[in-house]
Ligand binder design. Structure first.
Ligand SMILES: Nc1ncnc2c1ncn2[C@@H]1O[C@H](COP(=O)(O)OP(=O)(O)OP(=O)(O)O)[C@@H](O)[C@H]1O
Length: 327
């Protein structure tokens, strides 16, 4: 569905050149759901805008549904729905009219446009809101209407740029419930960007991590965690001296890494941590170390980002907000 090779975008101004996307290779197969994750300014939106024909690449190529984004933009647009950041719908319009006009613009017959609009409104939990003005819909309803807009012309590929940013947890869950149902029902390929790690983790079968205009990892969430992060172990003992002795023991174990001490608590990376708790407690007992608490946590995608870049995704977000990636 998507084949991008060496996709590159430089924004050149008199003051500076921003290397927003630096040679992205990406293949997305039909029916896949792929989440693109990365800090502010990593190049996610710029990549989406190139794939959706909104801006031309500086270098490289991309094909969507078999059509080149530069040579055949109209064919590409016919096959994809794009839901950008913010709201695309005109605020003075009534919700159903907004969808209907979108459908007719894309060449649907009037009757087909009306019935598709009604079907999508029902599917996105907007039944009863047909005659409500867009400006009078709630944030969650408006975002669902945006998704309906993107689906009006029955695209093969739906591209969602931060679909749930600004929604509360309830509305996020609700939006995803509907997107998941539509994805199955209409057999669509989904490419989305998100800042929510848990959302990428649970909704996408595949996660592409981008940083500074490049793809730095691309796999299933589980594979990324196992390969790059491993489990996190936290142990507390009765005294700092006991914790230091236990830390020395753990450092010698196979499969542990980055053992760190904070008072009576130690933190470490550990492979298959939950299978090693008994061994840990026995080792401590044999050395007269009194363990008061043991916790093993599965890594998050943030741990993966940290392992790959040395920065937490949240810190990276704060640090790069508003800054260009000028070279
Ligand atoms: N039209 C533009 N002109 C100049 N620089 C731009 C333009 N659009 C984006 N950039 C810069 O390109 C880089 C990548 O931006 P982009 O919006 O693609 O990042 P992003 O990963 O989508 O970030 P966010 O998560 O904040 O949306 C940033 O440094 C940004 O400032």
């Amino acid at each position: 569905m998507i084949e991008a090779r060496g996709l590159t975008k430089d924004f050149v101004s008199r003051k500076e050149t921003v290397h927003a996307v630096r040679g992205v290779d990406l293949d997305v197969g039909r029916g896949e759901t792929v989440a693109v994750l990365g800090p502010n300014g990593a190049g996610k939106t710029t990549t989406m805008r190139m794939l959706t024909t909104l801006i031309a690449p500086t270098a490289g190529t991309a094909r969507v549904a078999g059509y080149d984004v530069v040579a055949d933009p109209a064919q590409v647009r016919r096959r994809l729905g794009y839901v950008g950041q913010g709201n695309g719908a005109g605020h003075g319009q009534r919700a159903l009219d907004e969808l209907y006009v979108q459908g007719v613009t894309f060449g649907l017959e009037r009757r087909a446009a009306r019935s598709r609009a009604q079907e999508l409104m029902a599917g996105l939990d907007l039944a009863g809101k047909e005659r409500t003005k867009v400006s009078e819909l709630s944030g969650g309803q408006r975002r669902r209407l945006d998704v309906a807009m993107g689906l009006m012309h029955a695209p093969d590929l739906l591209v969602l740029d931060e679909p749930s940013t600004g929604l509360d947890p309830h509305n996020r869950a609700n939006l995803w419930e509907h997107i998941s149902a539509l994805r199955t029902e209409h057999d669509i390929t989904l490419l989305l960007t998100t800042h929510y790690l848990d959302e990428a983790d649970t909704m996408a079968a595949r996660v592409v991590i981008v940083d500074d205009g490049r793809i730095i990892a691309d796999d299933t969430p589980e594979a990324l965690k196992t390969r790059h992060a491993g489990d996190r172990l936290t142990v507390t003992t009765a005294t700092a001296e006991q914790t230091a002795r236990l830390a020395a023991r753990l450092e010698a174990w196979e499969g542990t890494s980055g053992v760190e001490l904070t008072g009576t608590t130690l933190h470490a990376g550990i492979v298959a941590g939950s299978t090693r708790v008994t061994e840990l407690v026995r080792t401590a007992d044999a050395d007269g170390i009194q363990v008061t608490d043991v916790q093993v946590r599965r890594p998050t995608l943030d741990d993966v980002f940290l392992a790959l870049t040395g920065r937490s995704l949240r810190e990276a977000d704060t640090a790069t907000t508003g800054e260009g990636a000028a070279a």
